[in-house]
Design a binder for this molecule. Structure first.
Ligand code: 5GP
Length: 208
């Protein structure tokens, strides 16, 4: 069975990174897809774990080589998802979790229609601003850009399958984990198992 692609998206400051870290440490059978970015590394980040940090020249050569499943400019920097990595893991039956911006998620949805798209929203716009201010990681120009981008991103919620309102992290993590577990239990994804109990099929395969 092919693995399931879980695409998590939502505005910067909604808490996606914290959620991803908790899910990855608690749930088995799912891997995080590490993206490429031209954004400078933050102090607490590790190259190859949080992102593959590359310069713009390298990123553009990766675009030319067709390395990306999708890529986008987000808040003034380039971010991209590795096609080879995600597809080979899915083909090996491994579930994958992606954390991408909304434009990226909607581009992926055009290709992977049957996969799972989860939107993580802050409880209010004021809360989102406060969280971004507290982060202290962004310069003032980038902060304004993130706020403007968030308005567009929040207007796209209806295009997603699930909505998590991140009021507190532990509830949000539980909710995402239940989505990941439930999606694996869909009968349509368990055709091999269901087929074993097909005692009443006629010779031509039709239901009796
Ligand atoms: P940050 O710089 O705060 O880590 O991430 C900024 C935004 O870029 C977040 O919304 C995150 O979801 C998004 N992002 C991270 N990786 C990718 C990617 O590979 N593709 C796209 N389109 N967005 C990404």
């Amino acid at each position: 069975m092919r693995g399931i692609l879980f695409v998590m998206s939502g505005p910067s400051g909604a808490g996606k990174t914290t959620i991803v870290k908790a899910v990855m440490s608690e749930l088995e059978g799912i891997e995080f897809s590490v993206s490429y970015t031209t954004r400078p590394k933050r102090e607490d980040e590790v190259d190859g774990v949080d992102y593959f940090f590359v310069d713009e020249k390298t990123f553009k050569s990766l675009i030319k080589k067709g390395e990306f499943l999708e890529w986008a400019e987000v808040h003034g920097h380039l971010y991209g998802t590795s096609m080879n990595f995600v597809e080979s893991r899915l083909n090996d039956g491994i579930n994958m979790l992606l954390d991408v911006d909304v434009k990226g998620a909607l581009n992926i949805k055009k290709i992977f229609k049957d996969d799972v798209f989860i939107f993580v929203a802050p409880p209010s716009f004021k809360e989102l601003k406060d969280r971004l201010i507290k982060r202290h990681t962004e310069d003032p120009n980038n902060f304004e850009k993130r706020i403007e981008d968030a308005k567009f991103e929040l207007s796209q919620i209806s295009k997603f399958d699930y909505l998590i309102v991140n009021r507190d992290i532990s509830t949000a993590v539980k909710q995402i984990e239940s989505i990941i577990i439930s999606e694996q239990l869909r009968v349509s994804r368990l055709a091999e198992f269901v087929g074993k109990y097909n005692f009443y099929k006629s010779k031509d395969g039709a239901d009796l």
